[in-house]
Ligand binder design. Structure first.
Ligand SMILES: [Fe+2]
Length: 173
């Protein structure tokens, strides 16, 4: 679990709309995606959970902000290990996961790939189906898992836009 102290710090630090496209509901779904994957593939659950709440923390814009991951990594470097609840080695993994999360890489350490996929699987919140070629882990590409994550994300998209029905879509192979 993320401590209340860390949540308060995140709330103070995040400069965009808390309820926006990169806000708290996105982080909550990234956390769910990541923890469900980690339970199956053995990725580090603590790092995955921290990634969910920190990877977009230093965004300055919802779109076209290519350096936000690097800023997140620098921010994490300033946080005490005991506030994060991780050791030095896992902190380095968390920082790398945040630093590179929006660069489109598909090859990574298992925990880092799980973090990236947890985020990419939530693209449905913008009405966009994630491209399975841009996922890193086997679990994220499994049709059942992928579909459940998409449904969680598209639900948010529909709710925000008051869309009653989901458009028919074709899977991206
Ligand atoms: Fe994200």
């Amino acid at each position: 679990m993320i401590s209340q102290e860390l949540i308060l710090l995140i709330r103070e630090t995040f400069q965009l709309n808390w309820k926006g496209v990169h806000g708290v509901s996105h982080w909550a779904r990234v956390r769910i995606n990541g923890l469900l994957m980690a339970q199956k593939n053995g990725a580090n659950q603590r790092v995955v959970e921290l990634f969910a709440f920190l990877h977009d923390i230093k965004r300055e814009a919802d779109f076209n902000d290519p350096l936000h991951g690097e800023r997140a990594a620098r921010f994490i470097a300033t946080l005490p290990d005991d506030l994060l609840g991780i050791d030095y080695k896992d902190k380095q993994i968390l920082m790398q996961a945040c630093h590179d999360h929006s660069k489109g890489f598909v090859e990574a350490d298992l925990t880092i790939g799980t973090c990236w996929d947890a985020d990419r699987l939530d693209l449905g919140r913008g009405g966009q189906r994630p491209d399975t070629r841009k996922l890193c882990t086997e679990i994220a590409k499994q049709p059942g898992f992928y579909e459940q994550a998409y449904l969680r994300a598209i639900y948010q998209h529909r709710k925000q836009r008051n869309i009653a029905t989901v458009q028919k879509w074709k899977p991206v192979l």
